[in-house]
Ligand binder design. Structure first.
Ligand code: NAD
Ligand code: IPM
Ligand code: MN
Length: 342
């Protein structure tokens, strides 16, 4: 049978603390089901401070040959903001054409939401992953002078939007068949109008799927006032980034929020990571919640077609949260507790 190679990039801060648990969960859930080998990559702040390397070409080529990537988080307060985020994380998402950034939010039984009446929360944000304001288009001129001009240009292509829209409709067909497009078409009239037209057009091919629209500002309201109304939220790269941190908070914290950066054409490996960052405020304390990283491992298994193995992780996480979700535990305790149930 095929051996799958998984690239492991723990990265920085709590990424290094939670990723080993994601890998252990993966190993255990895949036992007897799939043959996985792990290829660790020393990428992130320590590497950069040591030899200046961010993502060398030969390492990117090796990553391209793997079957999937498990990533922790990148970013370090000692390094200028953007260097690792753009040079490593976004470089991977772009080079591997991970155009679907899939971010499920579910309120697990046993987790306390900050909302008084959260209701049943179970939605997925389909965030575009390779376009928008993240492209790096724009620049700074006369930097540091009173005449300084700084621009970031949001790039939206019909090709790039249509492929992620199609993914959202396919996903909706497997769920409650409802999509909410989130944008800001009252102001961003060029991109917003194109997104809406493409959703309308593709929607004609999916008569069973209903779709509506919210401006991003209003969507942030509904996410706290009536989150159970959402099934699939479809949005661009930056709006999706912001909305999914809010979604994480609403379901009890980003420590429960997993994601997949999916190359849905399977030309390149997809990458699985918690939505949270390196959390310098708690790094080194051993208290980061590894659940999001572990759930990312489950998404990896699903992506490779090992649904039963993925279900084992989901069941273990659900049982763990239901029984112990309200207790104070260290990273390693949560990891051990979940692992024991897989
Ligand atoms: P963050 O997500 O790292 O932290 C935000 C807050 O959430 C912090 O209070 C943190 O302690 C808490 N938190 C995050 N993950 C947690 C967990 N697993 N358990 C418990 N609490 C958790 O966001 P930030 O502080 O804005 O960013 C820190 C660094 O991470 C920056 O360098 C940023 O660029 C980077 N970042 C990287 C990624 C990524 O690699 N995917 C994502 C977001 C931010
Ligand atoms: C995330 C992060 C990244 C993003 C940053 C670190 C580039 O916030 O994965 O949500 O904006 O996509
Ligand atoms: Mn983010």
């Amino acid at each position: 049978s095929k051996t799958y190679t998984i690239a492991v990039i723990p990265g920085d801060g709590i990424g290094k603390e939670v990723t080993p648990w994601a890998q252990k969960a993966l190993e255990k859930a895949a036992e007897g089901v799939a043959d996985f080998t792990y290829e660790p990559f020393d990428l992130g702040a320590e590497r950069y401070l040591r030899d200046g390397a961010i993502l060398p070409d030969d390492e990117l080529e090796r990553i391209k040959k793997t079957d999937a990537i498990l990533l922790g988080a990148v970013g370090d307060p000692r390094i200028k903001a953007g260097i690792l985020e753009r040079g490593l994380l976004l470089k991977l998402r772009f080079a591997l054409d991970q155009y679907v950034n899939l971010r499920p939010s579910k309120l697990y039984k046993g987790v306390t939401s900050p909302l008084a009446n959260p209701g049943d929360i179970d939605f997925v944000v389909v965030r575009e992953g390779t376009e928008g304001l993240y492209c790096g288009a724009g620049g700074a001129v006369r930097r540091g002078t009173p005449q300084e001009v700084a621009t970031e240009v949001s790039i939206n292509t019909a090709y790039g939007v249509e492929r992620v829209v199609r993914y959202a409709f396919e996903l909706a067909m497997k769920r409650r068949k409802h999509i909410t497009l989130v944008h800001k078409k009252n102001v961003l009239v060029n991109a917003g109008d194109m997104w809406q037209r493409i959703v309308d057009k593709v929607g004609e091919e999916y008569p069973e799927v209903t779709h509506d629209y919210s401006h991003i500002d209003a969507a942030t309201i509904f996410l706290v006032s009536n989150p159970s109304k959402f099934d699939v939220i479809l949005t661009d790269n930056l709006f999706g980034d912001i909305l999914t941190d809010e979604a994480g908070a609403v379901v009890g914290g980003v420590g429960y929020s997993a994601s997949g950066c999916i190359n849905a054409s399977n030309e390149y490996p997809s990458m699985f990571e918690p939505i949270h960052g390196s959390a310098p405020d708690i790094a080194g304390k051993g208290i980061a919640n590894p659940t999001a990283a572990i759930l990312s491992a489950a998404m990896l298994l699903e992506h490779l077609g090992f649904d039963d193995a993925a279900k084992k992780i989901h069941a273990a996480v659900e049982a763990d949260i239901e029984e112990l979700g309200s207790t104070q535990r260290t990273t390693d305790q949560v990891g051990e507790d979940i692992l024991a149930r897989i």
